[in-house]
Ligand binder design. Sequence first.
Ligand code: SF4
Length: 661
Amino acid sequence: MSARELLAEGGPLARVLPGYESRPEQLAMATAVEHALESGTGLLVEAGTGTGKSLAYLVPAARSSLRVVISTATKALGEQLIEKDIPTLKRLGLHPDVTLVKGLSNYVCLRRLEEYRQGVATGAVAPEVGIDRILDWVQETSTGDRAELPTLSEEAPVWREVVSSSDTRIGPKCRFYDQCFVTKMRRRAESSQIIVTNHHMLCADLALRGGFTGAQALPDYDAVIFDEAHAIEDVATEFFGVRLTRARVETLVRDADRALRAAGFFLDRSREGSVMRALGDLASGALRLFTSLPRTAHGGRVLLAPEQMVGEFVAGSEQMLRGLDELDAHTRDFVGANDAVLSVARRTRAMTESIKIITRRDEKTRDAYVAFAEPDARGGGAVGASPVEVGPLLRERLWSRRGAVVMTSATLSSGGDFRFIRQRMGAPEDAQELTLPSPFDFASQAGLYVPPRFPEPRDPRWLDAACDEIRRLVAITGGGAFVLCTSVRMMRALRDALRGAWSYPTAMQGESPKRVLLERFRAAGDAVLFATSSFWEGVDVPGRALRLVIIDKLPFDAPNDPVTSARIARLTQEGLDAFDDYQVPTAAIALKQGFGRLIRTRDDAGIVAILDRRIVTRNYGRTLLDSLPPASRLGNLDEVRTFWEVVSAPPTRVVGPARAP
Ligand code: SF4
């Protein structure tokens, strides 16, 4: 039986899942995914909210005899696949072995835990709060996944001391290798048919496979399906890039001293002097480099242009490379001494590579990467380099390998066109495209409101006007609102200006963990939440609790971000219009994501307000509007009020004002 037949009206799924409604869009997607898996080809599917994407790819994946990796952007979707959709497959008689593979930072490292325990026992280390709980828990856990320890705060210092990481993980030479939770998780994954993971892990795997160690983060697989694929570019930019902090350098210096000392390397006094010189060069080179970083008034990430890499920056990086070279020579023949020396040797080589890329000494990456600095006031901070384009890297490491690559999301196209996402993702010409509209009736479920006669965002009167408008909108819907902002600064300014403006429970991102904020928001039913980018996507609040989404401004990427500015410069050099060809399509996808928070089910209804007139006054506004679901256009607050009264008055729902052409 094909995937289509399993999901069809009156078919096996409808028989076992009460309330299941077969949707033509879902059947079309399942057929296309099945074909891509069978033929090993590429597929891009934009499927609107409510299509039932998860089952449309899970059913063909489970039916195939392939090992399929399914990668999501958000933890929420990964958990939904494991907790809700995989059990549904079982009810259909499909029983694939499935393993959830998370990033290393979710698992306790037995070697580090043992070293920490010994340190505490000998008095060399002061015990952090929570260590007893972790020691008890490792006796019982079969996964080593910290999600089983919800009472241990995410920021607990003790977790940092015992967590696995790519820096500290040793692999087969570790004496705990066979008991290691990461090893066990990987072995489970090796024998599983479906591996559910996230874009970070998948991109880490792609980056590792292309690196000098030949390591990999995931077992070999036959096909990969990306859900929430619009988020891949940002994650790939991070993982194909390099980043170095002063704290990381200092940790390497400390670990190298400890590891070589413990291995008896210093029994020969002349060696000790030489290693100490190397470590001294590394530490003082880092001090020179990090204290020479350009400072900015606003903090954050800044471009590190070639002409800024002079003086102490260059002298510092040369001194670091000298120290690393010498350290590499000392550790190279000693890696068998113990686990810790092996870890130091690996990190030494990786740090050398990173410095060469950042300082443009590596010819292969010189023009392909943009360097950045993240200075802090204390002479610490970070330096790094990101690829200007990830498309060619994805083409080489993802699309050109054998097997299907499927990318799906509710937001892949810009104004209905896939050219932008194809180019950004490096998709080959033979990758198929499919657009599936949402089965929801947006014209009767959602109203889109852009206030008339409103100051533009740069106008100093904008903030007051926005506060007035938000106050009125929140009054109309009686709360139940997300105020989605394009910057932390604006989120705080609006929150402060609207303090005491209503009696509904009100919160702001950052006041509590995201999960807690969302639980409270859902439970309250009439709350107002001020938030920034992390609430624009991957947040699911179905039902009446969320009935108003207010977007402060059009979500253009900050042009002063080093990667964005390098991308704009690259497109301009190539004779393209960076604004039309990059900034507008990126904003269209982000805006569509923000809009997408409102309508999550057929029964949801509400209003999206965009407090940025440019969407109707500028030429590019048409592309942005065409990217949004076909909501009813509301021209003023009276129309908003009427629309809300109609859609919120059960049980009869009447179509609102006509959508503008
Ligand atoms: S193999 Fe790596 S993660 Fe596992 S216990 Fe050893 S060092 Fe830790």
